[in-house]
Write a protein that binds this ligand. Sequence first.
Ligand SMILES: Nc1ncnc2c1ncn2[C@@H]1O[C@H](COP(=O)(O)OP(=O)(O)O)[C@@H](O)[C@H]1O
Ligand SMILES: [Mg+2]
Length: 380
Amino acid sequence: MPIAVSLVGSDDRDLLMRLRERGFRVAQVALSELDMVHPIGSKGPDAFVFDVRGLSRLPREIGQVKRQFPSVGTVIVARALDPAEMLEAMRMGVNEWVAEPLQYSDVDAAIHRVARVVTKPLVGRTIAVLGAKGGVGSTTVAVNLATALRVASGQPTLLMDLHLAHGDAALFFGAEPRFSVLDALENIHRLDETYFKGLATTTKAGPDLLGSSNRALQGTMEAMRVRSLIEFAATAYRHVVLDCPRVDAAMIDAIDAASTVVVVANQELATLRAASRIANDLRLRCGPDRVRLALNRFDPLSEIRQADVERVLGGPVKYVFPSDYRAAVAALNRGEPLMLEPDGRLAEAIDDFARDVGGLPARPKDSSKSGLFGLLGGRR
Ligand SMILES: Nc1ncnc2c1ncn2[C@@H]1O[C@H](COP(=O)(O)OP(=O)(O)O)[C@@H](O)[C@H]1O
Ligand SMILES: [Mg+2]
């Protein structure tokens, strides 16, 4: 089946002809005709290409189209790589940006990327985990969340390490992945489920892992692709967990594709302040319902009590994980998530958290006790 492209707002005959020559089924549509050609309730094309070279600013129709056809990929053809406009476009949900001097092969590749990414509906739930500061335990939480989701649901689960360089999620799994997130980004036009799953490594603990790369991702263009990659992963896995680096604007835009964002903090004033700031930014960006706060390495004897924490953060802390240094270190030394060590309080807290955030049934109450119910319940 040829890819159906709606070429919007373009008077470039060459572009139209070249796309048709390359096998796309192209309909040329004026901005003012969009709602007539693609009425509400219709299926929409496989991709929209907005040619904005003749316009002084991005047309609002882009946002309308993305709201009406959220799963249809969008490519912008523009005069230049303008970071401010690209950021605005990304916020409207645009997936690709191609600038002059125009290479038809670039437009072609961009359409293939977005059309491929969106051909399947999203099925999975994506949870982004990010630390208010380095060292709070966000990788620990992400790795164990993925493991708990895999174990509790029995469904395909992926952990994606979005650190630009030297992410350590693989270490927590005792895995040595051959491919990285960057390999997936560079080959995003080739992604189908089989290829994608070939890039991921299956860990002993259960979840698949797409590890960190050692090369850097740069700028808005990459963030657009990271976002497409996150969306693609949710078509191939039931649960996707993202181990996110400290946030910048581009990363926030990319993780906006996640269904839930968990901000991890601990009982330290500086970290709490950072958590409060990050959570507020995220609430504005993603809506309050998608943002959750978690308190890791919780120490009930700390001078800073949970109530103090909630005051600083301006709301309830939904998830609390106890401090258990020995369990954490032993797990790391074994190269195995601590979830797999049954009966620990930390493992149980993460299990409850995973079920809640992953929309799974709560852990059977009796199974937390040893004895017959525990055995019959087959906790793990
Ligand atoms: N609940 C916990 N109790 C005790 N130690 C923990 C806990 N969670 C994480 N740690 C330890 O804290 C250190 C930093 O954790 P890590 O997940 O790498 O943090 P981050 O990814 O936020 O930088 C690790 O040594 C880890 O084992
Ligand atoms: Mg980390």
